[in-house]
Ligand binder design. Structure first.
Ligand code: GLP
Length: 260
């Protein structure tokens, strides 16, 4: 797991990395699509702005399939705060990509367990996730894998913690009672099987989670620590998010060589 502490625009760096990965992907008969796992959340908005800009400059998504990390249970797809709405508003409405290339968990499926199993199988059918992009919750959650999530967990139904519900209330007029209490999410095991992982972290509210990610031993109390054993994870953080990581922790610029 590498820390990239940067003053640069994290959304731009991450979008540049995605662009280069898509451009260098060689589509074959057996492996036609680059599989990109995509997040929601405030941190991702800036990223998508840059991806849309790259699309307008010529980046093609024709050989890309996307899988979103998570979705609320019981919120209609058209609700402005559903992750479906978020993705179309911030990315999919602005690039050329077909419905068949987009995968987002259906939080209103009649059989939620089956929906999760199907999602795992579909990812496998495409050869697994090539590049996983995520944010991080204040409590160290990745996607909606809350503290206590098993490190080998797969896509499943989860209960959200009071911490996450209150953090996400800002998107629901600060009204906690409007925030869904359950979600569907890729599991930590799903994430661990991705070939590459980038986690974006900005602001002081993420500093405690990053402290545990880099300075603490692995523990399900801090889901992000699962990535300590992932062979190719970059946590890209601004100064405020990286503030509690000791100066002796190895900073690496593995990402830099891949971007412009
Ligand atoms: C939500 C999402 C996560 C995301 C987190 C942080 O809980 N399910 O995938 O990482 O928010 O979001 P933000 O970037 O808004 O801090």
């Amino acid at each position: 797991m590498y820390l990239i502490e940067t003053e640069d625009n994290i959304g731009f760096l991450t979008a540049s990395y995605i662009k280069n990965r898509i451009k260098s992907f060689v589509s074959t008969k057996d492996n036609p699509y680059f599989v990109l796992a995509l997040p929601t959340g405030g941190t991702a908005i800036n990223l998508y702005g840059h991806l849309v800009k790259f699309y307008k400059e010529g980046l093609s998504f024709d050989k890309v399939v996307t899988f979103n990390l998570d979705e609320y249970v019981g919120l209609s797809e058209n609700h402005p705060q559903s992750y479906h709405s978020f993705m179309f508003k911030n990315l999919f409405n602005h690039i050329k990509i077909s419905k068949e290339q987009i995968n987002i968990l259906n939080g209103n499926a009649a059989n939620l367990e089956q929906e999760c199993t199907n999602y795992e199988e579909k990812m496998k059918k495409y050869g697994g996730i090539d590049l996983f992009i995520g944010g991080i919750g204040r409590n160290g959650h990745i996607a909606f894998n809350e503290p206590g999530s098993a490190f080998n967990s797969k896509t499943r139904v989860v209960d959200l913690t009071p911490n996450t519900i209150s953090a996400n209330a800002r998107f629901f007029n600060d009204d906690i009672s409007q925030v869904p209490t359950r979600a569907l999410t890729m599991g930590l095991g799903t994430i661990m099987s991705a070939k590459e992982v980038i986690i974006m972290a900005t602001g002081a509210k993420k500093s405690q989670a990053l402290y545990h990610a880099f300075e603490d031993k692995q523990s399900t109390s801090w889901p992000v620590t699962v990535l300590q054993k992932h062979p190719r994870t970059f946590i890209i953080a601004d100064k405020a998010a990286a503030a509690e990581i000791s100066k002796t922790t190895k900073r690496d610029c593995g990402l830099c060589s891949f971007i412009n």
